[in-house]
Design a protein around this ligand. Structure first.
Ligand code: UGA
Length: 451
């Protein structure tokens, strides 16, 4: 099969490299000349574990090529994937589809054979219909079918998610579309990955429903965590206790500082807009968006409380460990770290931060924060240390060294990496998410019970 992937960003590049690895002949297309030049030199535009090796191996085997020319790239392709960005449109939260439609137009004008055009970008319900209209309007004489094939990969685990998916969703309106897509995914079909064929609009909605549901699950457990702190319960045990019920499932029940990233925040907003447009409110998702937004800033207040309250915090220093919205990525989009650091610097706290991959991306987003190249440098002279992202590098910190370097042994663990009892034994004032039964203490009241 010959596959053209239009857009060599996160989804396009990972999908293109994985399709090539299945044995398909793949061309990745991107307008950005410097990105294509770098890809030719083996330099990845994003950080994703295993991607450079996967791309390199398939380029070498002659199955993966790159070009800036859409007309060249789509020539002879059985399937043309649209994998360009759909950012939130400024001001209203609607997904901005201008890139998708511009690509559709260019495909129509350059189509040189019969092909299936597949939207892989996350696009609102009805986008496939509009792409079909654009292709028709281009006057092409070739047969085409517009298919929806949403992507469910997670940053940091993208290659594994692509190669071992829970399911593949294909929204097609005709046999031509279904047959070509069956061929495209045949290698996975042989692996017994389930393929769900649906109508095109249904497939488009499945993507948003999945992300909104996951965002809801996280937000639900985050609120339970707050309640745990008040009633003297342990949220990690609550997660286990409900997750063992097969109907609920154990995943995505880790309480934390709120979800971030390029998908959940954007897709929940876009779903709200669709619901509004169709006069079918989704109140649960509305609440999720609001609760998550206020939670991020509330996490800043949690750190201030550990410093003895906002008044006492002025002029103090905090070491932030982890900036990206989750580990194994350099992505800072909507990361809780941004709101946490903002709340701290607004209160006159000095912040020094370290992240294994995200500091370059973080710098322009948090100009008042000092970035350092080692976690212990950030901790030097700190009145409190806060873990915002659960990178492996923070799972076995040297606490004796931290006690020597920091001004105060205070740890605010927003990812529940450590155990309260052990930290207390090490002589730390330790506070985390949703652990009411060990008591979080209140430093404003001079409460040192936990030390
Ligand atoms: C998410 C979905 O998981 C993917 O299935 C989907 O394909 C992708 O969006 C997308 O639409 O492109 P991603 O944004 O890469 O993937 O990251 P997740 O691993 O889902 O994490 C999202 C956020 O939720 C992170 O900030 C993470 O820290 C947070 N989270 C996740 C929690 O706070 N608790 C959890 O239990 C799980």
């Amino acid at each position: 099969m010959k596959i053209a992937m239009v857009g060599s960003g996160y989804v396009g590049l990972v999908s293109g490299a994985c399709f090539a690895d299945f044995g398909h002949d793949v061309v990745c297309i991107d307008k950005d000349q410097s990105k294509i030049d770098r890809l030719h030199d083996g330099i990845m535009p994003i950080y994703e574990p295993g991607l450079a090796e996967l791309v390199g191996g398939n380029v070498k085997a002659g199955r993966l090529t790159f070009t800036t020319s859409l007309a060249e790239g789509i020539k002879g392709a059985d399937a043309i994937f649209i994998a360009v960005g759909t950012p939130s449109r400024r001001g209203d939260g609607h997904a901005d589809l201008s890139f998708v439609y511009a690509v559709a137009k260019e495909i129509g004008e350059n189509l040189a054979n019969d092909a299936v055009v597949v939207t892989k970008s996350t696009v609102p319900v009805g986008t496939g219909d509009e792409v079909e209209r654009i292709l028709k309007d281009s006057g092409t004489s070739h047969t085409f079918s517009v298919v929806s094939n949403p992507e469910f990969l997670r940053e940091g685990a993208a290659i594994d998610d692509f190669k071992r998916p829970d399911r593949i969703v294909i929204g097609a309106e005709d046999d031509f579309g279904r047959e070509i897509m069956r061929e495209v995914y045949r290698p996975l079909y042989l692996n017994e990955s389930p393929i769900l064929f649906t109508g095109r609009r249904t497939s488009e909605l499945i993507k948003y429903a999945a992300n909104a549901f996951l965002a809801t699950k996280i937000t639900f457990i985050n609120e339970m965590a707050d309640l745990c702190e008040k009633v003297g319960a342990n949220v990690q045990d609550v997660s286990r206790g409900i997750g063992m019920d097969n109907r609920i499932g154990p995943k995505f029940l880790n309480a934390g500082p709120g979800y971030g990233g390029s998908c959940f925040p954007k897709d929940t907003l876009a779903l709200l807009k669709t619901a509004e447009d169709y006069d079918s409110p989704t109140r649960i998702v509305e609440a999720v968006v609001q609760v998550n937004e206020s939670r991020k800033r509330a996490m800043g207040r949690k750190v201030l409380d550990a410093l003895g309250g906002a008044d006492a915090a002025r002029g103090k220093k905090v070491a932030m460990l982890g900036l990206t919205f989750k580990p194994n990525t350099d992505d800072m989009r909507d990361s809780p770290a941004i709101a946490v650091s903002q709340a701290l610097t607004d209160a006159g706290v000095e912040v020094a931060a370290y992240d294994p991959e995200g500091m370059e991306q973080a710098k322009p987003l948090m100009p008042e924060v000092t970035m350092v190249d080692d976690p212990y440098k950030a901790i030097e002279g700190a009145d409190a240390v806060t873990i915002v992202t659960e990178w492996d590098a923070f799972r076995a910190l040297d606490f004796d060294r931290i006690k020597d370097l920091a001004k105060e042994p205070v740890l605010v663990d927003l990812r529940n990496i450590y155990r309260a009892k052990e930290m207390r034994e090490k002589g730390f004032y330790y506070t985390s998410i949703g652990h009411g039964e060990t008591g979080q203490g209140d430093r404003r009241k001079g409460d040192r019970r936990r030390n």
